[in-house]
Design a protein around this ligand. Structure first.
Ligand code: SF4
Ligand code: SF4
Length: 145
């Protein structure tokens, strides 16, 4: 029998399964810039100040929408339209019917595997406490796919 993360649709996941599907990469907690003309989205290495970078977890997950109004709650039925999510994002992959990679903690059984594989932002970001928003464009990166 296939594992639940491959057999269930996003809409069929219960709350615990939904949370567990997140690979913990924290790429979505990086600030992004959008080209007004082309609509192209660029990731920066500037991260939300509420992210605990060593384990890539949110320090106040329950209040994240209040603390950071642009912190987006993913909605299952809209996931195929979230083109700004990294191509490695587990929700984006499953919304397209794709398999989770070997480094995903659910597949590996090891929460460290997302970091050891070099997919997460651990050790590569700067808190937005230390960068003025006008300077985010100086921190555009290419390592988020
Ligand atoms: S990009 Fe996707 S898988 Fe990675 S932390 Fe964000 S929601 Fe989770
Ligand atoms: S509030 Fe938490 S989940 Fe939202 S962007 Fe910041 S660290 Fe990430």
């Amino acid at each position: 029998m296939p594992d639940w993360w491959h057999s269930k649709t996003l809409e069929e996941l219960n709350q615990n399964e939904w949370e567990a599907l997140c690979d913990g990469c924290a790429k979505c907690c990086l600030h992004k810039l959008e080209d007004e003309d082309s609509g192209e989205v660029f990731y920066t290495k500037v991260r939300c100040r509420y992210l605990v970078e060593h384990n890539c977890s949110c320090s106040d997950y329950g209040n994240r929408s209040v603390l950071v109004p642009h912190c987006i709650r993913l909605i299952p039925s809209e996931l195929t339209t979230y083109d700004w999510l990294p191509t490695t994002c587990a929700y984006r992959l499953r919304a397209r019917g794709l398999m989770l990679p070997d480094w995903h903690p659910l597949v590996s059984g090891d929460p460290e595997s997302v970091h050891q594989s070099g997919v997460s932002i651990r050790g590569r970001a700067i808190s937005d406490e230390f960068v003025h928003p006008d300077g985010y464009d100086e921190h555009i990166i290419s390592w988020v796919e």
